[in-house]
Write a protein that binds this ligand. Structure first.
Ligand SMILES: Cc1cc2nc3c(=O)[nH]c(=O)nc-3n(C[C@H](O)[C@H](O)[C@H](O)COP(=O)(O)OP(=O)(O)OC[C@H]3O[C@@H](n4cnc5c(N)ncnc54)[C@H](O)[C@@H]3O)c2cc1C
Length: 472
């Protein structure tokens, strides 16, 4: 048994140093709180080491390859490009390592104490840390659970890191499989399908639900599906996967009504489960839902006094920036400051497949299902000068507004984008939805020309009833 620093007691002990945990720590430290973070692996969590950052880094590799392959169209002579995946893997790791170093240094410079080890909440502010130096106990007036999530798996597909992979293994591959089945056509599944396809693998996507990207607007999904099929990705939706039989060099996956496909690797991308294994000692008073999530109120308070939970371990959208926002709400509330709970129906969603997808707020279908009368306009990127210049015109911007009594478009309910760099364009759409801005208000703002963001400006102008390029 070792003890923590002599007499170390903290205002807040955070279990888990991923986005939810480190945002809580950095925001709390900025507010003058004395913070400890217990992390069993590396600060940065899934997002930095096995998620957002490495996945987007490989998608950027795919984008560079596409650009070079299309260079001739611009009169730029380039040999047929090829990928040396060991270099790509090395670059990805360098980006991750630099960011990890920066984050660890930032936490240190803010006075956050990091304990290496696995944290267990014992109760009333007491956290046990099992680490390389033995077992210690650290005390915090408040404890924040930010232990995150791990990939879900499905029966019949035991993850071995060679034939069957989850996102954890995909992002450390040393060689690209020549052919791959992606089970799950959600955000992460579509990013992997797009990346593997662009890097030269033969890709099949199997999705149980009727469409790719469940939850996205159907016009957006149509664009993604069309682009995927054009690039040779085989898509089977509304299909169930039965199992797989290794066949020497690869495996044969059976699905649907007697169908099968033989591939080099299977990527299981069916969501993530909250990680609470061994986290809570008996009698902490923290409640956990049937699906294993830590239960919280809108201010991130668990059922136990002074115990909070944020990020993927609670049943809210599993996004890094949602964890950031929840950490801020928790810290403000523990400080007794007024906090605005996260409005989960209006958070920004970005999917970095090609073409990219970005949205906030209600889809046309969910708005109608909610009984709202809506006015909808969309502007395809085909008519946008910057998209033409880029040679990347697949996509559209769609805005859903509530219909006023006089028939005009009122508050904006949802903004949905698919196409070039839309993940960088969502900002003003996200603001519009959350500010409940109207097209009349937004139509007064200028968009630079030529820019991709003109598509958003054109769409809101059309909603005022007087469009320039988009008819009203
Ligand atoms: C392939 C992929 C791509 C993604 N892309 C995006 C994206 O583009 N944008 C986006 O917003 N989100 C994305 N996500 C989701 C994002 O990574 C998660 O929402 C985010 O990492 C959740 O943050 P968290 O802090 O709750 O948990 P995590 O990031 O999972 O961090 C939890 C941390 O807690 C530690 N831990 C767990 N239990 C203990 C314990 N008992 N003691 C000590 N330490 C513990 C873990 O080691 C880990 O470091 C992606 C995820 C994946 C898998």
């Amino acid at each position: 048994m070792v003890t923590t620093q002599e007499g170390a007691e903290f205002d807040v002990v955070v279990i888990g140093g991923g986005p939810g945990g480190y945002a809580t720590a950095l925001y709390g430290a900025s507010a003058g709180l004395k913070i400890a973070v217990v992390e069993k692996d590396k600060v940065g969590g899934t997002c930095l080491h096995r998620g957002c950052v490495p996945a987007k880094e490989f998608l950027e590799t795919a984008s560079v390859l596409r650009t070079v392959a299309g260079a001739k169209e611009f009169g730029v002579q380039a040999d047929q490009p090829a990928v040396d995946f060991s270099v790509s893997q090395g670059r990805k790791q360098k980006v991750v390592d630099q960011l990890h170093k920066g984050l660890a240094g930032l936490m240190k410079s803010r006075g956050v104490t990091t304990f290496a080890g696995t944290g267990t909440l014992l109760g009333a502010g007491r956290v046990q840390v099992d680490g390389p130096e033995g077992t210690a106990e650290t005390i915090g007036h408040h404890v924040v659970i930010a232990s995150g999530s791990v990939p879900r798996t499905i029966s019949g597909f035991d993850v071995d890191g060679e034939l069957v992979l989850t996102s954890d293994e995909v992002l450390s591959l040393e060689e690209l499989p020549a052919s791959v089945v992606v089970i799950g056509g959600g955000a992460i599944g579509c990013e992997f399908a797009s990346m593997f396809c662009d890097l030269g693998s033969q890709v099949t996507v199997l999705e149980a639900l009727p469409t790719l990207l469940p939850g996205c607007d159907e016009d957006v999904v149509r664009v993604v599906g069309r682009s995927f099929r054009k690039r040779g990705i085989a898509i089977h939706t509304g299909t169930s996967v039965h199992g797989h039989s290794p066949n020497g060099s690869g495996t044969t996956v059976s699905f649907g009504d007697g169908e099968s496909v033989s591939v080099d690797a299977v990527v299981v991308s069916v969501g993530r489960r909250p990680l609470t294994d061994g986290l809570l000692a008996d009698g902490t008073g923290v409640a956990v839902t049937e699906r294993g999530f830590v239960s919280v109120d809108p201010y991130m308070r668990t059922a136990a006094q002074n115990v909070w939970a944020v990020g993927d371990v609670v049943d809210t959208p599993q996004l890094a920036h949602v964890g950031f926002a929840e950490g801020i709400v928790a810290v403000k509330t523990m400080l007794g400051e007024p906090a605005v709970p996260v409005d989960y129906s209006r958070v920004p969603w970005c999917i970095y497949c090609h073409p990219e997808v970005a949205f906030a707020g209600l889809t046309e279908a969910t708005a109608r299902q909610a009984g709202l009368d809506v006015v909808v306009k969309q502007d395809p990127f085909g008519g946008n000068s910057r998209a033409r210049i880029l040679g990347d015109t697949d996509g559209l911007v769609k805005v859903v507004a509530e219909r006023e009594h006089d028939g005009r478009a009122g508050r904006i309910l949802g903004v949905h984008m698919v196409g070039p760099w839309v993940t960088e364009q969502l900002g003003q759409g996200y603001m519009a939805v959350n500010w409940e801005a109207t097209p009349e208000e937004l139509g007064q703002f200028l968009q630079p020309h030529p820019s991709l963001s003109e598509a958003f400006g054109e769409t809101v102008l059309a909603l005022t009833g007087r469009g320039l390029h988009v008819s009203s």
